[in-house]
Design a protein around this ligand. Structure first.
Ligand code: NAD
Length: 349
């Protein structure tokens, strides 16, 4: 009789079903708030993380990316895709899963779905940035692009920034109607708009979250008044942007990791040395965020590996002692570590 595998051979796995149960158990707004705090705590530790622009494999229709980082104790990575054409084929634009591993042994310690978790972490990171950059007392947000990410964005801005009104616009009115239906009864005033121009009227925060694998102009310069905060989510690949260049020239631009954002973000439209501020420096108080009421602040979000690391670590903590995971027999673990072949042979029936 061979010994059973060591406990290290089993890796906690959070399936889509368990992720949904976990979110409902804690409540979505509570999870978004916890995530924003977790990400902010890691932005305080920004300098000690391994950082690299994500590794992207582009095709004519989309991109598949790996997003690794480590804080020296724990390593994490996310697999994520972006395929704007997918929704026309009944598939999602973005899907993801992720891993945490113990740096000391290299053994994985968590495998999790991250399609839902990416929507949550993106929304939480956006709202966390807005907490530092948006005009004080902002109540109304334009939400342009009403796809998979949109309800998460709206709820994060409600829970974390105190937004009470969202003004929705999508080129597909059915997407707007679905988003409005999903947000009904959640304490937000939801206004369905017929144009981007109508959506931005009176909004102190403008979120753009569209998907198109090309340079698009979701916001033109005349749509952006002084004093607003722009949360630009959808421009996150070479050749894929949402804002007219003139808006960038009028804005104070805040980014996650400049070497990645210069490749993927709105600022790919600017000179490579155009000044930008790293968000972690605002959070740690080293550099000012919003300095005047008339300033336009722009969070040029592309999504960075540290945000996924924070999200996975929060999930690992939240599942402890719960039933929201299963153990996956993922690591081959022979009794004699060098007898991998023998383990295989003994498994012959
Ligand atoms: N920054 C980040 O961290 C991050 C994270 C996740 C996703 N994203 C990006 O966010 C975007 C949205 O993702 P999703 O999963 O919600 O995609 P989705 O395909 O589900 O939704 C996109 C929506 O945008 C709408 N749209 C397209 N062009 C438009 C236009 N010109 N004006 C108004 N609406 C328009 C579409 O009709 C669709 O409803 C994608 O580009 C994705 O790559 C960024």
């Amino acid at each position: 009789m061979s010994k059973p595998p060591s406990s290290r051979a089993y890796v906690p796995f959070v399936s889509v079903e368990n992720m949904m149960a976990l979110i409902h158990h804690f409540g979505i707004e509570q999870v978004l708030t916890l995530l924003a705090d977790e990400i902010e705590a890691d932005f305080w530790r920004w300098e000690l993380f391994d950082k690299t622009p994500r590794v992207a494999s582009h095709s004519s229709v989309g991109v598949i990316e790996l997003m690794p980082t480590s804080d020296g104790e724990t390593y994490g990575f996310k697999y994520v895709n972006g395929h704007p054409k997918n929704t026309r084929e009944g598939l999602q634009t973005v899907t993801a899963f992720g891993v945490l591993a113990d740096v000391d042994s290299g053994y994985p310690i968590l495998l999790s779905e991250m399609t839902l978790l990416t929507a949550l972490r993106t929304a939480a990171a956006s709202a966390m940035a807005a907490r530092h950059l948006a005009p004080k007392g902002a109540r109304s947000m334009a939400m342009i692009g009403n796809g998979a990410q949109s309800e998460f964005q709206c709820l994060a801005f409600k829970a974390i920034c105190g937004i009470d009104t969202v003004r929705l616009f999508d080129i597909d009115p059915e997407a707007t109607a679905r988003c409005a239906r999903n947000l009904a009864g959640r304490g937000l005033e939801v206004v369905q708009c017929r144009s981007g121009q109508e959506a931005v009227e009176g909004a102190e925060i403008i979120t753009t979250c569209t998907a198109d694998k090309q340079y698009a102009t979701i916001l033109t310069d005349n749509m952006v008044g002084s004093g607003v905060h722009i949360n630009a989510i959808g421009g996150d690949c070479p050749g894929k942007t949402e804002l007219h260049r003139d808006i960038l020239l009028r804005s104070s631009i805040f980014v996650e990791y400049p070497p990645q954002t210069r490749i993927e973000g709105e600022i790919q439209q600017l000179e490579p040395d155009h000044p930008v501020t790293e968000l972690w420096q605002v959070i740690t108080g080293q550099v000012a965020g919003r300095t005047s009421e008339r300033q336009i602040t722009l969070f040029d979000s592309v999504g960075f590996a540290i945000e996924d690391f924070s999200a996975l670590r929060l999930v690992l903590r939240l599942i402890e002692g719960t039933e929201f995971y299963t153990e996956l027999d993922m690591i081959a673990d022979p009794d004699d570590p060098r007898d991998l072949f023998g383990m295989l042979e003994r498994a012959k029936r």
